[in-house]
Design a binder for this molecule. Structure first.
Ligand code: IDP
Ligand code: MG
Length: 139
């Protein structure tokens, strides 16, 4: 059983796509075990994206993700990380296949609607950043 952290990014929130994206995630058979709405401050945004701190797009990305409220959730199940990466599609919506979340809804490489963890280690770190243990449910 794996857990993955998902973020519904500001571009999706602002277009009323949160429910649609959550439905697609649930349709995979993965179970939603935690969810909250947050308006990230800069420090938390920088921490979440710290692996990208030397990238040219880092400041823009931090400003974007902290620009408006987002939904942060944890999905759990077999191969949760890989399953979510697959249904999200490629980072750049222009390259993401039709039928993927980014292929269908992403606006551009930055405003690509959704985040999903990329490895077990990253998922653990990301989940800890946003959720305490008692906010993650078993049912
Ligand atoms: P991922 O979200 O598919 O894992 P990463 O390479 O980890 O992609 O990048 C994290 C986020 O940074 C992307 O989802 C996107 O919002 C943004 N990003 C990635 N590459 C670029 C870029 O070249 N220009 C602007 N923003 C980018
Ligand atoms: Mg990534």
């Amino acid at each position: 059983m794996e857990k993955s952290l998902v973020i519904i990014k500001p571009d999706a929130m602002q277009r009323g796509l949160a429910g649609t994206i959550i439905a697609r995630l649930e349709q995979t058979g993965l179970k939603m075990v935690a969810i909250k709405m947050l308006h990230l401050n800069k420090a938390l945004a920088q921490e979440h994206y710290s692996v990208h701190k030397n990238k040219p797009f880092f400041n823009d990305l931090v400003n974007y993700i902290s620009s408006a409220p987002i939904i942060i959730a944890v999905f759990q199940g077999e191969k949760a990380i890989e399953v979510i990466r697959r249904i999200m599609g490629a980072t750049d919506p222009a390259k993401a296949e039709a039928g993927t979340i980014r292929g269908d809804f992403g606006l551009d490489i930055e405003h690509n609607s959704v985040h999903g963890s990329d490895s077990v280690e990253t998922a653990e770190k990301e989940i800890k950043l946003f959720f305490s243990e008692d906010e993650i449910y078993t049912y």
